[in-house]
Write a protein of this length. Structure first.
Lengths: 235, 196
């Protein structure tokens, strides 16, 4: 599932089948986010995770509705490589530390949804972008790293679904504060947006959903574009 | 064909079992040495920490089995357990290879998490069909020390370290073949064909 600015969600097809298709097209990693799970009190689906893990031989992350250690255990036991925490990390930061200690930092991704305020400050939002926290995105990123996050998934709420490009200032502010990999998210529409996320945003990876789901870009053309511009990509 | 995946009592091995299953190989997860002896190979998986895994392993018996020619496959932490000790924590490894497992240097992001290339150092049946520079998937904070003639492939991440080692029936992989796409599939298939 992939939303447009967190509203008007459209069904993009069977997640497990899509994952295998993207693997075959060259995706390096798959992230499954049920982005409205927390506000709907939905739990990650064990059956789906097992089905994905049986077929997929590249790493994948599960996020959305992970509320506590039990949810995380179920996700990892069913074959996921990483758990993504968003609302749960905001409301219960010690969960990040608990899971990091238990499973290792490499299993724990903290997803940060940020919105730019009129004054130019990036504020972190929880509950699918509906609940402002008053926290500054880069400061929260640095704290998430200290809490034990092994990776950060940074999404611009403003850019999500717009195809106008990643919010490079948000990414730059975040990557400047942390020493764990940062994944750019929200706003990707063209191959050059990936390049910008790496070169200007300082990111280690970039995530795109709608452009791939709706066939506007293929993973291989993005990789070809990046490779031709000197970015080392797996091919 | 059936392999025994040693159960240290922690962690997720679903993906590893799925990878064996895709190759038509049954797997059981066990800490019972009777079952291990009956299996066609023993796999030390890559989950958990060095100290807890070390204390769970019946080291003397595993060394004996390896000496008798039982195929032994170590993945990630499983490979690190082939060595004598580790900076990660107390406890002894199996000592099948000399030396101490080291923490990745501070100049790179730790854990090393993601895709990286392998450089093939020695032609071996387990790298058959695997191009030099192939991409494999890593998730680790510690790396094996230098190995002499057992070295098959290396990876460079802040420091160059063994990615793939082999001594007869003993094979270790620092990366996760079950998460390494086509290259991982090929290497796992080669290992099963060659050893088991």
């Amino acid at each position: 599932m992939k939303g447009v600015s967190f509203e008007g969600l459209r069904d993009a097809g069977d997640p497990a089948e899509l994952a295998v298709r993207y693997r075959d097209e060259g995706a390096d990693e798959i992230v499954f986010l049920d982005i409205t799970a927390s506000i709907s009190s939905r739990k990650p689906i064990a059956g789906l995770i097992r089905r994905v893990a049986s077929d997929l031989d590249i790493p994948f992350t599960i996020g959305g509705g992970v509320a506590g250690a039990e949810d995380a255990k179920s996700i990892l036991d069913n074959g996921a490589d990483k758990i993504s925490l968003n609302t749960a990390a905001i409301e219960n930061p010690s969960l990040v530390t608990e899971l990091s200690d238990l499973y290792g930092a490499q299993c724990v991704v903290v997803a940060i949804d940020a919105k730019r305020s009129a004054s130019g400050v990036y504020e972190v939002f929880g509950r699918s972008g509906t609940s402002g926290t008053g926290m500054d995105a880069a400061a929260w990123a640095a704290r998430a790293e200290r809490l034990g996050a092994g990776e950060l998934l940074v999404t611009s709420i403003d850019r999500d679904g717009t195809k106008a490009g990643y919010d490079l200032r948000l990414l730059k502010e975040t990557t400047g504060r942390v020493n764990v990999p940062v994944i750019a998210s929200g706003g990707c529409g063209r191959p050059e947006h990936f390049l910008e996320a790496f070169r200007e945003g300082g990111c280690d990876a970039a995530l795109a959903a709608s452009v791939f789901h709706y066939g506007e870009l293929t993973i291989s053309e993005v990789k070809e574009y990046l490779s031709a511009r000197g970015v080392l990509v797996r091919r | 064909m059936a392999v025994a995946i040693f159960d240290y009592g922690v962690g997720n091995i679903f993906s590893l079992r799925a990878a064996f299953s895709r190759e038509g190989v049954e797997s059981l997860v066990t800490a019972d040495m009777g079952s291990v002896r009956e299996a066609d190979a023993l796999v030390l998986p890559g989950v958990g920490g060095f100290a807890s895994a070390s204390s769970a392993l019946p080291k003397e018996e595993i060394r004996r089995l390896a000496g008798e020619g039982k195929p032994l496959i170590g993945i990630c932490l499983g490979l690190q357990l082939f060595f004598e000790e580790s900076e990660e924590g107390p406890g002894a490894g199996l000592g099948l290879f000399p030396g101490k497992v080291r923490r990745l240097p501070p100049r790179v992001k730790v854990p090393h998490m993601g895709w990286n290339t392998v450089t093939v150092r020695k032609r071996d049946a387990i790298t058959d069909g695997v191009a030099d520079g192939s991409w494999v998937y890593y998730a680790h904070s510690y790396h094996p020390p230098e190995v002499g003639d057992g070295l098959v492939a290396t990876t460079d991440y802040g420091v160059e370290y063994p990615a793939l080692v082999r001594r007869k029936n003993v094979v270790g992989l620092q990366f996760h073949p079950e998460k390494s796409g086509a290259a991982g599939r090929r290497i796992l298939r080669n290992i099963l064909k060659e050893l088991v």
